[in-house]
Design a protein around this ligand. Structure first.
Ligand code: ATP
Length: 362
């Protein structure tokens, strides 16, 4: 078991733009930490530096308080679980799990190997499949064999790099549950890379959101959702994504393109001195006023452009006219939002959970 500290970690390939830029993270013993962000944000590079497959340009990497920047990967005692699980098809489950111990020939006795493999396979509920070959296992079982290998080595931490990205949606869901269950059961410190925000939100004790090599926020899934640190995190976390609507500040009211709403005192203080702000509204806070009236909520009339029915929920898309100056302001932000523009839904419920972002915050 171990804690992992990243202190001001920087990675530069050649003399280009840093792929990882001054990232600091404190991963506690037994914690499940997710690294998430869009393609190219540096999450794999960060993981590869932790495991030792990539040099660290500057900063310190510590495991249990000891600096390990210069340790070879095999001396870091971390177990990388690869996307294809890297199992040997000709070996049984037992031999696949025992593999790292056999590599240490002479150091681990046969009795010890038997004991460790049986112990690990029991924990992973693989004890009935020890004589099978990987080809005869389900995806979930294969994943567990790969984890078993890490367990018999007494690895300090599991590192996963997008382990589910090649699977179809249903299997992905099953495997996600499986990984979460096993990690909680084993209590092994885990770092898990994904670009999928659903995976990030469901698996992580904490989630570190990266953009262009820079850590944007590291927090629990709930905190990321309810208190995103900036526009990028707000737009990245949540599906369907948060609406961003430009609004004019007019004294103690906000003029949205479709409604004028009073602000709370706190909100009025936050936006004092601003002319235009971006209001973030989660889609679930916009309701059909006829079906679901919100006391105190602002209402507006709208024409639904398109709907998507998903069985348990329905998304409605509603175009709205934009104040030209506000639109210009928002367009200028688009590049920082990775293409996420303004969206609008049925009825706006600007309650405490709706959020105001200053345009110049990103
Ligand atoms: P993805 O989800 O697409 O795998 P990622 O977030 O894991 O992306 P990285 O693979 O860490 O991103 O890459 C971060 C940045 O570093 C990218 O701009 C990438 O092009 C660059 N990069 C990665 N590996 C190398 C390398 N070996 N040499 C030069 N640049 C690299």
């Amino acid at each position: 078991m171990s804690s992992i500290q990243l202190k001001n970690i920087v990675k530069k390939y050649g003399d280009g733009f840093p792929a990882v830029n001054d990232v600091s993270l404190d991963i506690a013993d037994g914690e499940f930490m997710i690294l998430v962000g869009p393609s190219g944000c540096g999450k794999s590079t960060l993981l590869r530096m932790v495991v030792g497959l990539e040099d660290i340009t500057s900063g310190d990497l510590e495991i249990n308080g000891t600096r390990v920047n210069d340790l070879a990967p095999r001396d870091r005692n971390l177990a990388m679980v690869f996307q294809n699980y890297a199992l040997y098809p000709h070996l049984t489950v037992f031999e696949n799990i025992a593999f790292p111990l056999r590599l240490n020939k002479g150091k681990v006795s046969d009795d010890e190997i038997q004991r460790k493999v049986r112990e690990a396979s029991k924990m992973l509920e693989l004890d009935e499949h020890l004589e099978r070959k990987p080809g005869n296992l389900s995806g979930g079982q294969r994943q567990r064999v790969a984890m078993g290998r890490a367990i018999v080595r007494d690895a300090d931490a599991f590192l996963f790099d997008e382990p589910l990205s090649n699977l179809d949606a249903k299997l992905r869901g099953q495997m996600r549950t499986e990984i979460a269950r096993m990690q909680r059961r084993l209590g092994i410190t885990t770092i898990y890379v994904t670009h999928d925000q659903t995976e990030a939100m469901t698996l992580g004790d904490r989630v570190a959101v990266l953009k262009k090599g820079v850590l944007q926020q590291c927090a629990s899934p709930r905190e990321l959702y309810e208190q995103p640190a900036n526009l990028f995190v707000a737009g990245f976390i949540g599906s369907p994504p948060m609406n961003f609507v430009p609004a004019r500040v007019e004294g103690t009211t906000l003029r949205l393109p479709f409604a004028t709403v009073p602000m709370t005192e706190q909100l009025a203080r936050d936006v004092a001195g601003k002319d235009i702000v971006i209001v973030g509204i989660r889609p679930e806070y916009i309701k059909d006023a006829e079906v679901n009236p919100v006391p105190g909520g602002a209402t507006f009339k709208a024409v639904v452009d398109q709907t998507e029915w998903l069985g348990n929920e329905q998304y409605a898309y509603i175009p709205f006219e934009q104040d030209p100056a506000a639109k210009q302001h928002l367009d200028a932000l688009e590049k920082d939002l990775d293409g996420e523009g303004a969206r609008s839904q049925l009825v706006v419920n600007l309650d405490a959970r709706s959020q105001i972002f200053e345009g110049d915050e990103v």
